[in-house]
Design a protein around this ligand. Sequence first.
Ligand SMILES: Nc1ncnc2c1ncn2[C@@H]1O[C@H](COP(=O)(O)OP(=O)(O)OP(=O)(O)O)[C@@H](O)[C@H]1O
Length: 307
Amino acid sequence: MSITTTKADDRPRVDPGDQVMRVRGVTLRFGGLVGLSDVALDLNRGEILAVIGPNGAGKTSLFNSLTGMYVPQEGTIVLRDRSGGEHSLLGRKPHLVNRLGVARTFQNIRLFGALTALENVKIAAETRQKSGPVSIMLGLPNARREDRESDRRALELLHFVGLDGLLNELAASLSYGQQRSLEIARALATDPQVLLLDEPAAGTNPTEKLDLEVLIRRINRELGVSVLLIEHDMRLVMSVADRVTVLNFGKVIASGSPAEVQRDPEVVAAYLGAEMAAEMTGATQAEIGGVAEDGSVPAQRDGEEQR
Ligand SMILES: Nc1ncnc2c1ncn2[C@@H]1O[C@H](COP(=O)(O)OP(=O)(O)OP(=O)(O)O)[C@@H](O)[C@H]1O
């Protein structure tokens, strides 16, 4: 992956027939609770696909299933590489899924707080190295070359996400928005074909949200990375996503362009349900869930779902 291959305005060609990830019939149960039910989803190469839905709808469970952290009891999850080779991801260990080209960020940021920004990204870049521990310990030429390459790559990515002034700051001392950018740089350092972003705007301020919007587009356009995005901020989703898939109670209830999904009666009903609940109880929209004035979709309360 090169950082400077295309101009910012160049969209990678999105060919609906060229699916980089294909998910079919995925069902995930936690004991008696159904987290995902017969979920199907296609991510086309070069596109940004948002996955939305109220809290508890199954979005993170889906990401965990796509990245090997959860193993669904039923279904298929296939990654297609650039030469058309197909790889089943179901049941594969997370580091092997990553090696095949799927990287992710987490809803709750997972950085090494006591390491610097540069070290956090370099560790991820090193997962692509071929030198074994003995070559590294002995400082053999191959190992030294790969070490310099990891340094170069980490610096390039920190520049790409706008953190080049903070290379030597401890991750824990960065602002929330900066930590989110660092997590993205770290995910990119593993050279993914597909990047899964789990609520990247959570906890960021309005300026950081706008920066994030630009960054997601640049990752997609300049690096040619296909993006799956979980996000509650509907303004961000509607602005960056090519298509949107809506989950509710673990099922896909709609899929289409942002405009189509916004008009879909089932999606409207899912969110209107929360609105009516707010009216009936006198609670505010934000307290109950539904589309709030700022465009965000707050939580569905525990116990609302019948699974
Ligand atoms: N490890 C687990 N064990 C048991 N239940 C789980 C587990 N992980 C998720 N669940 C349940 O599966 C359902 C879907 O949760 P999930 O976190 O995927 O939803 P979500 O759409 O990502 O919500 P949020 O927007 O709050 O992140 C919830 O009822 C949740 O409690």
